[in-house]
Design a protein around this ligand. Structure first.
Ligand SMILES: [Ca+2]
Ligand SMILES: [Ca+2]
Length: 261
């Protein structure tokens, strides 16, 4: 099935909003850009929320003559490197125990584990990673909302950091959460063109918010020792409907042996 033919939840509308917001920031380009947005929106109506990367340079060439550079990405090479990193006992599969240390691959597991044995083989990963391309590497935009202990997390820095096996050219996508805890994540080369979007791939998520004294206020398991992973891919329901990250501070634990004393 061609994922680009999906047409639920009006993802085009969402992308259109982001495009207009981004292009509005482009200031002097805005008048020219409006025509581009309308042209692109019409295209997207036929193709879903995802952009084949080639579309963006084509539409924006008139602005500056430069274009977004697609990071080199080979699904088979990435799968081999993922195995090198995470198949620590070298038995040919990344199993449940090994996935404990691979937050981003845990996010990949449901879609990639095609034989349903709970383990990821190199072949399964290569097939899954292959869906990030449709000829060219796909870029998508998606809403992301973040809460901490049930409350919107405001003014926090969010980063999607590509897994090393995605290759050196992959960019870190980032955003700062709004007053409603919303983040519009974007890669620098996409932002530079006046759009918001993230290259499909496998990422570690880091969320940070520092107080006036420069101290981190978010638990370390969401930043310096992050256990959050996220796959950005065309066929994920969370990407299509909106990624929700519900952070929790560790609960104060009673000391063992003191209960009922
Ligand atoms: Ca293994
Ligand atoms: Ca499997």
């Amino acid at each position: 099935m061609d994922h680009r033919e999906h047409d639920h939840l009006d993802p085009n509308h969402r992308l259109h909003q982001n495009l207009i917001g981004g292009l509005g920031n482009a200031g002097i380009m805005a008048g020219y850009a409006w025509d581009i947005v309308m042209g692109m929106t019409n295209r997207l109506r036929a193709s879903g929320a995802l952009l084949a990367l080639g579309v963006i340079p084509h539409l924006l060439t008139g602005c500056s003559g430069t274009s977004i550079v697609e990071p080199g990405f080979n699904p088979k090479t990435a799968a081999a490197q993922a195995m090198d990193l995470y198949d620590t006992n070298r038995d040919g599969a990344i199993d449940t125990a090994e996935l404990v240390n691979a937050a981003s691959l845990r996010a990949v597991l449901p879609k990639a584990d095609t034989d349903g044995d709970g383990r990821l083989t190199q072949a399964e990963l290569a097939t899954r990673f292959g869906t990030y391309r449709a000829g060219e590497l796909l870029v998508t935009t998606f809403p992301c909302s973040i809460t901490l202990d049930g409350q919107p997390l405001v003014g926090a820095d969010v980063q999607l950091i590509p897994e090393p096996f995605m290759g050196d050219a992959y960019e870190v996508a980032s955003a700062t959460t709004s007053t409603g805890g919303q983040a519009v994540l974007s890669a620098p080369s996409v932002t530079a063109r006046g759009f918001s979007g993230v290259f499909c791939g496998v990422y570690r998520v880091e969320i940070s918010s520092k107080n006036g004294a420069g101290e981190e206020t978010i638990p370390a398991n969401y930043n310096s020792a992050s256990e959050l992973g996220q796959e950005i891919a065309p066929d994920r329901e969370d990407v299509e409907r909106g990624v929700v990250l519900a952070l929790e501070r560790p609960k104060a634990r009673k000391k063992p042996g003191r209960k009922n004393e």
